[in-house]
Structure formats: structure tokens, C-alpha cells
Write a protein of this length. Sequence first.
Length: 778
Amino acid sequence: TRTRLFSSVGAASLTPTYEKLYKKYSEVRRVLGTQRLTLAEKILYSHLNNVEESLLTNTNGGRDVRGKANLKLNPDRVNMQDASAQMALLQFMSCNLPQTAIPASIHCDHLIVGERGADDDLSAGIKTNQEVFDFLESAARKYGIDFWPPGAGIIHQTVLENYAVPGLMMLGTDSHSPNAGGLSTITIGVGGADAVEALVGAPWELKAPRILGVRLTGKLSDWVSPKDMILHLAGLLTVRGGTGYIVEYFGPGVDSLSCTGMSTACNMGAEIGATTSIFPFTEASSRYLKSTRREQASRDAALLQSFPGTGASEDAHFRFKADDGAQYDELIEINLSELEPHINGPFTPDLSTPLSKFKETVMEQNWPEKLSAGLIGSCTNSSYEDMTRVESIVKEAEKAGLKPAADFYITPGSEQIRATLERDGTLETFTDAGGIVLSNACGPCIGQWKRQDGVEKGTLNAIFTSYNRNFRGRNDGNPETMNFLASPEIVTAMAFAGSTTFNPMTDSLTTPDGMEFRFPAPHGLEGPETPFEVGKDALKAQSQSPDPNVEVAISPSSERLALLEPFNAFPSSDLSGLRVLVKITGKCTTDTISAAGPWLKYKGHLPNISANTLNTAVNAETGEVNAAYDLDGNKHTIPELARKWKEAGQPWLVVAEHNYGEGSAREHAALQPRYLGARIIVCKSFARIHETNLKKQGVVPLTLADEADYDRINAGDEVATVGLYDMLRNGGQGDVSLRVTKKGSGEQFLVPTKHAVSKDHADFIIAGSALNLLSKGL
Ligand code: F3S
């Protein structure tokens, strides 16, 4: 019993967070008995809304959960970055709730441009984005959300330093949120609509991931860092290899890694498509909690692990590591002792080349030999360990009279790390060497980089970064910039050499005195000897209780922010009088439906961003891009015609081919068509996440039962549904057909379709959107 358990640890009691975790975990054990579990499963299943139902329904007595069960989860908190927080908060506001159901935070990091250096860039960024920051700050005050102002740091670093404690489940509105897995949390990157579900207290749904085990042995050698481990793994698994999996690290090699090193590996799990990644709680994790002034959290984690086993199995203690004998769906072994530095790229994070082969590859591929810039830091690699390892080699090079031959930029991940590195002299070493310290924000990592080196758009050039992603155009908007990913120490050594073919482990540079200089192996400290500095007061979090009197700042004349109107509920009948807006041919990704780039600034303004809807889609009947024809034959762009029909009260549908909506979980790709009057999307097949997003926004996704019917439907045809209303009322049961009336001839025929509408989805569609339904039930 609990009394016995409490007394057995000297009457100590658990924190509310661990009390909840412990209770749920006991239920998991009662249902699953002695089944051996991975750490990811322990934490994930201990956040189930209904343990018994989720683990037993159709899953072979709970033994077959992975890849099959639909888990309904209750996350502990939500973290949002400034770009994606805008639509998440606008949706949350439309629910009229006084506060968020779970703790949340907003981090202003994506909108600051890197150009001249921290101070100038920060004030310029604040000026350009003032109204967005004012909106986020006022919404934070109204709903009791922690607000981290511009300059406070990058979301993932700030979350790791302040919110991550082992055993938590968090959602983050950014794909690199799994960074916090380095502190034994389950943290998943999601879109704004998913975040809102958690913010209103609704269970968040996830298909139970499979578990990919990575067993680490050995110990990293001098020039090798945890970054090299994940760069190597990305090469092995490719950008899709982790899809549907949680990557769980284990084995004796784990104990040799720092907590921030483990986070780097988890951060870049996004590059292999993993749902998230996680490491066990180690001595290093405990040291990290202490140096970030969270001794209590470290003691709490130890206390939880000292509680005896519960449920059916007396030995089933909660431990922040996998049970002995836990099974993995896939298993990879990496001997850290045998690993060498890796360089990944260009243009994809899974093109991995060991350092020793890189010169040869550069020559073979005719990649640029000149290095134009080296950029270190970011949310991925700005830890104390990373920066002091870099410092050690910069100091030696300086002593020899060398300066970086390429531009050298440093992005601290947070004010805390920046202030600590300043206190300990590390930043001075970088600036003395000619490095430019950028603000504690995303900057060049997300395309917010105004290059000062005269490299024009369209010019082929090479940069080295310690960031996580290297898609074309991602850093400076120049599709010809080749970004090679490497550890901060390799990036730095390459920047001193100014060459992509330099191997700091074997090659030498010539000093101004004509001497030969060989970099010594880097060495650094895992963390500071005294705890981290907190930094400038103005850059601390504003934490507050909800205040209903706060007016959320949105100017009615704003071009960047607009309040959302709830969508109309589904009519009490089938749909009729719909018209086909456009028939699309070929790939139609979420980028095709809602382009990024210059449109990012309208993320909080649905009417304005909707002007990009389907603007790179190819018209199947004419082969033109972004062309649609009105019933009178007049040509428009697709978004223009959609808006014209919206204003005329003409509902519409789109007909498309395979894998409609592939790409990201971008919610705007579902919101925009819905806003402009789409009721149905009919295609040969859907990308799964987008199909769900459409249903959440009240658009009905239907697939053609016979693909040949794609050829029989054309733009301008009139469409009515047959059976749709009954299917929705029956919780997704029943068939739906489309009655098509040809434009011109008036010929009619029925097109049978298929759908994947569940009871929950049917309820969303009937209510007009998931949010309408959720806010009704609150
Ligand atoms: Fe920002 Fe780049 Fe990280 S955009 S969150 S620094 S991946």
C-alpha cells in the first residue's frame, strides 16, 4: 500500500509531479505486469489519459501496443517559440478560457536577424517585430504563461536549463523540441493546433511509437563529440529512418556523455524523422541539474527512484532507464571509441562523411575548397562543454598568432550560457580572435542572417555550422550556399584554416612567423565550476498568474495579427452546390498549400497568409502553376479565385493526386483552405498528418475509391455529397459518394469515395473544428 511505500522511504513524500507519475506508473504496471519496458514507454504510458483502455484495447493484452494503439496522453507542459506561438495563441483565445490548463512558456527567438552582433541585432529585431512581441507578451500575461523576451534565449536551450526534469512529458511547437530528451523527458515537436489541444486540457493523441534502441559502448576520443555520434547515426538511418520511432539510447557508453551532449543527440533526432529521442538519467544529468541551480529536482528524481516496486511486479521500480531485458523494435550499436568526427551535407543532414574522407569527397564532388564562414552555437551546440572545448583550441591558435581565415560567428543558446561564458572569459577569447557574438536567438540557423561578407545570392560557396539542419537556402536564403554540419570544434578549426579540405587531426597551418601549427586535441569542462550565471535581469522570464483584465494587444489595422473567427458548424444535411476550384496534378506538399519564406511574417494573420494558398500548385487541365478558372472562363490565381468564391458564398473543393499534404505538420495548410471556403479535399491519397489536420479544421478528406475517377472530374463541376451527413452522425460509419454534375453538359454521375473518419473526427467536423468542440466541452 501507499502507506507502506511511504514509510519505506522514511516518510518522505513525492513532489506533485512525481506523485502523479508514480500513480500512473503503478497503473501501467498493474495492466502490463512483469512486461519489460523501455524508458520511453515508462514515461509515455505514465501520461496516458486512460491507462487500461489505451493499453488493452486491440493490443493483444497490452503486449502489442507499439505501432498499433492510439494513445491519448496528458502532457505536463507546452513550450512555444514566437513564430508558431502566434497561431497557437490565436486559436487558444477563440476558446475563451481564462488560463491554460497546463503550464506553458513562450520564447522569442526565431524573429531576430543575425547581422552585426548581439546588441545591434537585438534592438533592430525588437523594432521590426514589436507588435508580434507585444501580442505574445500580453497574451502571456492574460493567460498566465511564462514569457521569455527577445534575447533571453533559444527555446530548446531555455527549456533544458529551466523546465526539463526527468520523467516529464512536454509538447513543443518546434521540431527540435526533443532536445529535452537529454534530461530523460519525452518531448515531442508539434504544430500549433496540437499544442492548443494540450493547452485546453484535452488529451493529445499519438499513434504509439515503436522503439529504436541505440546501444552505446566505449568512450569518445579527443576530437570526437556527441555531435559526431548523431551525424553518424543520421548517415546510417537517413532522414526517414526514425519515422514512427522513439530513439532510446542505452548501454555503458551513455555514462561517459555530458547531459548537454545527450541533448545535442536528441535535438538532432528530428533530422532522422524520429518522434522524439531519450537518454537515461545519469550522474551527468544530476550534475547538470545542480549546476543550473535545481538541486531539489535532482533530489526529487533520486527519491522517486528509491520507491519500491508497485503493481503486479514487486521488482518493477520506477527507474529513469530501461528495464533489463527490454525489447527494441530495431537495434543499432555504436562503439564511441571507434567513432571519428563526421561532416554532414550539403543540403541534407544525412549525407555523412567521416573527416578522414572529407578532403577526397570535396575534390571528387567539386565542392568549394574555400570556406566562407564558420558558425557555432545555436540550440544544438552552445553548451558550456562545447564552448570551452572550442576555447581551448582558439587559445592555442591565438598563441601561435593565427586568426580565423573565414568569418566566425558564435550564437549562445541562452542568456544564462552567454553570461556564464562571459564571466569565465570564454567569449572574450572568441572576440579577441575576431569572432562575432550574435544575440541569444536563432538568427542564421533559421534564415535570419544578413551576410556582411559580400557573398551574393546565387553564388556558390561553403559554410560550416554546428547547427542541426542544412536544407537549401536555410541560412542566408541563398540556394547555392552549401552548409556542412559538424561539431563546434571542427567548425572552428576549419574557420581558422578557411578551407573545407583541412583536417585538424592531421594537417598543419602556417603561422605568421612561418612556423608549422598543429591544433592540439580540444578539451573543455562539462559545466562551470560555479553554477551558471542568470544573466541580465531584463532577459529573465516573466512568470505570472493569469490576469483577466489584460487586453491582448492586436491592432485592428495590423497586417501581421488578426483574431480568429470560429468556423461554422457542419449543416444538418449533406453538402450540395459545391464547385471544384481547381484540379491539381503532381506533388502537392504542405509547402505547395501554404508556402513559407516571405509568408512567415503573416503566420498570425489568417486572411493575409491565405493569399499564398496553393500558389505553387499545378493546374491539371492547363499545366499552369497557380492558375484557376472561374465559371465564366476568366483566369485568376488559385487564392484569388478562392477568395472571390468565399465572398460570393460559393463553397468549393479541390481534386488532387497522391500523398496530398506531404511534408510538415503545418497547420496553416489546413486552416487556410478552410478559411477560404473549402469543405472537401478529394484525392488519390493523403499524407497522414495532413489528413488529420484537415479533419481538425472541419474539412472532409475523401479518397477516390477508383483512381480513374480523377479523370472524370474537372474544375467548375458541381458536386453534392451523398451519405456524408449520415456517416458523420454515425461516428464515421458508412459510405460517402459524390454526385458530380458536369459543368456545361449537365451530365451526372456518382463517384464512390473512401474515408478514414473516426468517431472523434466526425465530432470535430460536425462542430466545425476540433477547437469548436473542445471549447464547447470546457
Ligand atoms: Fe532555432 Fe535553429 Fe534551433 S531555428 S530552435 S536555433 S534549430
